[in-house]
Design a protein. Structure first.
Length: 191
């Protein structure tokens, strides 16, 4: 029952943080949205920062699961990478608390945000790296430094986040541009 209560708090807090932002959200707002007393929140979390960290971790877990479901099917590595990029970038356009944690400069002043950013970056590099390794093993890709290429691809995606977040109606165009960058990584720009 307690895990269910904690899950309810995290789900409700996610909605509240998304609506009001981290700065304006209070523990009272979260308690009200969860239908709990404030003491219930403090049973699970020390403060608003811990609640936000749990919300972001929850969203990251869902995103990773969604990506894994897409890339763990039998298809060429290039298509797995495209699936990864498309799911990730579309999720960032939808904004959410994970995107906020990774992109909001105000939040960068909190030490827990740096931890979230580093953890999620490591997860992404590992996921991209595994796709590249699989492509090398299946002779779809030339042998390359998988970690370097994974970091380069992630850097490209991060570079597109701000335009995507500010021009959410241009989602398909931005994803197409990212796919063009993927093509350049795999096929080069030479004819």
């Amino acid at each position: 029952m307690r895990a269910n209560s904690k899950e309810q708090i995290i789900e409700a807090a996610g909605v509240v943080f998304e609506r009001y932002g981290f700065k304006k959200t209070t523990m009272d707002d979260i308690a009200y949205a969860a239908g709990k007393g404030k003491s219930s929140l403090y049973y699970y979390f020390k403060n608003k920062e811990e609640v936000f960290e749990a919300v972001v971790a929850h969203e990251a877990e869902h995103l990773v699961n969604e990506i894994n479901a897409s890339i763990n099917v039998s298809k060429p590595a290039v298509e797995k990478l495209r699936s990864y990029v498309n799911i990730r970038m579309k999720r960032f356009v939808q904004r959410g608390n994970l995107a906020t944690a990774l992109n909001d400069n105000f939040l960068a002043t909190f030490s827990f945000i740096e931890k979230i950013r580093n953890n999620y970056r490591d997860i992404e590099i590992d996921m991209i790296g595994e796709i590249i390794k699989e492509g090398i093993e299946k002779n779809e890709f030339k042998p390359v430094d998988t970690n370097f290429i994974a970091e380069a691809i992630l850097t490209c995606m991060i570079g597109f986040e701000v335009p995507l977040l500010t021009k959410s109606n241009a989602t398909d165009e931005s994803v197409e541009k990212i796919n063009n960058v993927i093509d350049m990584f795999f096929y080069g720009i030479c004819t």
